[in-house]
Write a protein that binds this ligand. Structure first.
Ligand code: HEC
Length: 197
């Protein structure tokens, strides 16, 4: 009898418990999700942006993600270079350095990434050129020279990080920021007297 009573009691309570559980968890869950999201709620993002005085590097979301992937690989390359030099495996050091060295495709990507702000592309290109020195030293099997070149390159990493922060923008802002100068100054040309063309 007692067990039947318990079952009946549980059955009666079950929907209420279920209801209570859903009610109690629904709101905190939403709030938790917002504060746990990588970028945080809009207000918090704005405060972060105000605290971070670096120059904004405007990027579309896909570009920002791509840049971070590249950056993580840059750090991985540094890790591989140091590990290779420690065991005097210079071919591996040269290979890892090659991943951060200069190339036409790297230059094209950096030009695209830096299209929204002055100075970024130049820094990025100088950084990749500096990294060419790491591979060159590795090809000479010269450990101290590899570390010396790596140190110089790392100072280009840290200088750029000190200067720029990602700023994710929407399509129309990106188009406005990267519009060719000719288009930006179009009103002046339009109002100027046209003698030819
Ligand atoms: C020309 C500029 C520039 C250079 C050079 C540069 N970075 Fe970055 N890196 C950035 C920017 C911009 C960010 C985003 C910073 C932010 O928004 O806080 C970043 C972010 C990163 C991150 C964080 C990635 C993530 O997932 O959040 C790592 C790691 C990183 N860089 C490593 C490196 C290393 C290692 C080097 C050099 C070997 C390097 N970077 C060189 C501009 C640069």
């Amino acid at each position: 009898m007692r067990s039947v009573g318990t079952v009946v009691l549980l059955l009666v309570m079950a929907p209420a418990c279920e209801q209570t559980r859903v009610d109690a968890s629904a709101l905190p869950k939403v709030a938790d999700r917002a504060s746990a999201s990588p970028n945080g709620p809009p207000d918090a993002r704005m405060s972060l942006d105000e605290l971070d005085a670096r120059q904004a590097l405007p990027l579309l979301p896909m570009m920002a993600n791509h840049q971070k992937q590249n950056m993580r690989d840059h750090l991985l390359a540094v890790q591989e270079i140091v590990a290779a030099v420690a065991i005097e495996d210079f071919p591996s050091a040269a290979r890892a350095a090659g991943r951060i060295g200069s190339s036409p495709s790297m230059a094209q990507m950096c030009t695209h990434m830096g299209a929204g702000v002055a100075g970024f592309t130049e820094r990025a290109l100088a950084f990749h050129q500096s990294a060419d020195g790491i591979a060159a030293a590795a090809l000479q099997n010269d450990g101290p020279a590899v570390l010396n070149a790596l140190g110089k390159t790392l100072s280009a990493c840290t200088a750029c990080h000190a200067a720029y922060k990602q700023s994710v923008v929407d399509d129309s802002t990106w188009k406005r920021l990267t519009a060719p100068t000719r288009q930006v100054t179009a009103p002046d040309h339009a109002s100027a007297p046209r003698s030819s063309d």
